[in-house]
Write a protein that binds this ligand. Structure first.
Ligand code: EPS
Length: 373
């Protein structure tokens, strides 16, 4: 089964992604992975760390002449800001971060032991793993992209498509609506001036996903459940919704559910309020997921906290951080969605080599999916 693990601390030697289950015979473009990593690093509102790092992968295993062998793939991203042994202790936990819960759990008074791994720096490794999954998906014509819908109280009222990807990438906020992006920048500047931080919402879309990925037969096999878990596990994500999401609760069934329409030989849907997933399975429509990111927990005007050594009330520790990291989280979200879709695709098709996967997929599409393509 396709899976990945990450290792590495924020200021340790490196971050690692270990990916198992990618079939043999897939040509991996490392430049493509690096460009995803660069995308994660950009974004208006990012802090000083991004000026230090230039994230790039080194492939340590799983490839021969740039082609996957079917064996575990190890990707390493070295940290330029490596100083874990000399970095100062963090004795006053930051509200909203993993500091306090982690310190209590591990019985330490130095939250540095916790934050080094809890840091969103770890998401660089997730993006590397997701970029590998994305290359597998593109063999099957599946595209995943995302964009920022809101920063703080500023919303972009756009519905974007694959043709908008270059404009999304060209935007420092992953939002090609120039008017909205200008107001988003102002929202970030205002937060910075107040010594505050700001969150937002991003939307992810997967196009050309064949129907029948995931399963209705068991709770933990449902595709929406798997995608939601993966996205909710991204640092600072507090909410996930599919299609009409929370608004589904307000709309009557007669208007919410997506009619099934015959169009020539094809079966198409009248709308996509379900976000491309019904009964825990992809239904052939675009998969549409949104995620809400809370504001970054490190505040330059710190909240009340307690010194874990003296036991006295004290302002929370201040670490170098970002004012806003929603565009970066959007890239991590794309990686998470890509990986879950690649896993679901391989669960459907099986196959040790990419040719075997293609053969199985083509057979399946001939039987069931052709009507949807
Ligand atoms: C991040 C690296 C971190 C932070 C941020 C994300 O770098 P440093 O802690 O050295 O400044 O910029 O992490 C957090 C916001 C957090 O709360 O942990 C990165 O590479 O994305």
């Amino acid at each position: 089964m396709l899976n990945f693990r990450t290792a590495g601390e924020s200021h340790g030697k490196a971050l690692i992604a270990l990916i198992e289950g990618i079939p043999a015979g897939l040509k991996l473009d490392l430049d493509q992975i690096n460009s995803e990593l660069a995308e994660r690093q950009k974004g208006y509102g990012r802090g000083g760390r991004m000026l230090i790092e230039k994230d790039r992968v080194e492939a340590l295993s799983g490839l021969r002449k740039g082609i996957t062998l079917g064996s575990p793939i190890t990707l390493m991203i070295p940290n330029k800001d490596e100083r874990i042994d000399t970095a100062p202790e963090v004795r006053v936990p930051r509200p909203g971060h993993a500091d306090l819960a982690g310190a209590l759990k591990y019985g330490t008074r130095d939250a540095r032991d916790i934050l080094e791994r809890a840091s969103a720096r770890e998401t660089a490794a997730r993006v590397a793993a997701g970029a590998v999954a994305r290359q597998l998906l593109s063999r099957f014509g599946i595209t995943v992209f995302g964009y920022v819908i809101s920063i703080g109280r500023v919303f972009c009222d756009c519905r974007l498509n694959v043709s908008d990807i270059p404009a999304i990438r060209a935007s420092d906020l992953s939002c090609p609506d120039k008017k909205a992006a200008k107001m988003m920048r102002a929202e970030i500047d205002a937060a910075a001036k107040r010594k505050d931080t700001v969150g937002g919402v991003f939307e992810l879309i997967a196009k050309n996903v064949p129907p029948g990925l995931g399963s209705h037969v068991q709770w933990d096999l449902k595709l929406d459940g798997k995608i939601a878990r993966s996205i909710l596990s991204i640092q600072a994500i507090k909410g996930v919704e599919f299609g009409a999401g929370f608004a589904s609760a307000l709309i009557p069934g007669s208007r919410l559910h997506d009619s099934i329409v015959k169009s020539g030989k094809r079966i198409v849907r009248g709308s996509n309020n379900c976000g491309g997933i019904e009964g825990g399975m992809s239904n052939g429509s675009d998969i549409v997921v949104r995620a809400a990111m809370k504001p970054i927990a490190t505040l330059y005007s710190p909240l009340k906290s307690v010194d874990l050594v003296t036991g006295k009330q004290s302002p929370a520790s201040v670490e170098r951080s970002d004012i806003c990291a929603v565009p970066a989280a959007c890239v991590v979200g794309e990686a998470a969605l890509s990986f879950e879709l690649a896993r679901a695709l391989l669960e459907k098709t099986g196959g040790d080599s990419i040719r075997e996967v293609e053969r199985n997929m083509n057979g399946y599409l001939k039987q069931a999916g052709a009507a949807f393509r």
